[in-house]
Every structure is written in C-alpha cells, then in structure tokens.
Write a protein that binds this ligand. Sequence first.
Ligand code: 13P
Length: 250
Amino acid sequence: MSRKKIVAGNWKMNMTPTEAVALVNELKPLVANDEVDVVFCVPAIDIIPAMKAAEGTNINIGAENMYYEEKGAYTGEISPAMLVDAGVKYVIIGHSERREYFAETDETVNKKVLKAFEHDITPIICCGESLTQREQGITIDWIRQQIKIAFLNVTKEQAKKAVIAYEPIWAIGTGKVATTEQAQEVCAAIRVCIGEIYDEATAAEIRIQYGGSVSGASAPELFAQPDIDGGLVGGASLKPDFGKIVNYNK
Ligand code: 13P
C-alpha cells in the first residue's frame, strides 16, 4: 500500500498575523508538490489570515493545539468548532512542548484526539522519548505506552486517518537529527503497535512522520525509509528550506 507523504510545519510561537501572511506568500511557490500533503500548523491568531493567503494553493492551514471540550468557561482555549469554522483540517496534539510546559498528559492527549475525530479534524499525534529515556533503553516501551493511551477508544476507521509524529525530544530544536536508522526503528515499532491495537490494514494505512531538526538536507534519506511518511518540521518550516523538504523527491 502506498501512503501519500505528509509534510507539516509547526510554527510554534512565531509569526504575528502580518508576518504569517508574508511567510505564506513567500513559501507558496516553493511548496508546490502534488505528491505530498502540505500543512502549515500556525498559532491560532494566524489561522484566518494564513488561510486567506493560502487560498488557491496546495497549502493546508492547521492548528497547533485545541481543547477537548465543546465550548464554555475555559478562558484562553480554542474549541474544535472554532477550528472547523475557520476551515482547519489538521491539528497537532500532544507536542512535547505542550506536555513539558503546559502539563499535557497521555490522558488529555487521548481526550483531544477523540474530540478532533468527532469534528472530522485530523490529529497529528506527537510522541517521543527524552535523552535519558533513550539512554536507559526504554524508548520503544515508552512510545508504545504513549501510542496505546492516545488511541484509547479511537475506532479503526478513525485510526486509519490519523497522523502520528515521532519526535525524539533530544532532536527538537537542537540541530541534532536522529539517525535514519533510529528514526526508522521507532516509526516501524509504532506501526507494529498500531497493528497490534487494530490490524495489519490499519497499520499499513496510518501515516507516521519523523520530527526533530528535519532540514532540506536530511529529508530525502529520512523520507525514503519504509515506515517514515513525511515530517513534522519546526525551525526549517519558517524558511525557504521548507520548500526543499516538501520537494525532497525532486
Ligand atoms: P525542529 O524542526 O525545530 O527541531 O522542531 C521539531 C518540532 O518540534 C516540530 O514539531
């Protein structure tokens, strides 16, 4: 089964609305590639202007986070209906920075994943180990636990549409990209885990990205691995290099 590659930018807490429009306009011609799903996950306040700037292009505008309640007294949060109304089809869930600085847990990640599917938004579900965990030799155990909890009560049909991003924490923003073997090993283990939870067909369909210091230089080898279906890109998604990552196959 051939899975369409998906390359997503995670802008994190960068770009004012004005800057966002300028960046979309700058990157627009560089990220044209029909063979790849292209997503820019942007700060909530940038979603509407970025969406407008991306009109008529292959760029999908996504969100970086979402709350798991429908509406109400949750000051500062963004609801799934707000994202849907703005035209959003993808949302990053459980990024390691949200887990570290905003106390997200595997349980809140699971609630958000379920809520995203309820609203037909594709979650990009993040997992990843710390350097200590890698050195302790518990990477695969840890990732399997994150995946199993994230997918609790998610149906097979929903799981097939999910995107998983494997992001080793030690590779994020450090310029220290995981070796292709390390990235492939964990992405393969994630696919095995999905196969155990659901079945072979679901495992074959789900898309798994690698994230952590991906660049135009490292993307071709990473994305050529059998279990790596694209990337979740931080720093390089704010630069023309993102065009090289999207066009890794050209
Ligand atoms: P960098 O590409 O800057 O390492 O960030 C990766 C990341 O956290 C994407 O979500």
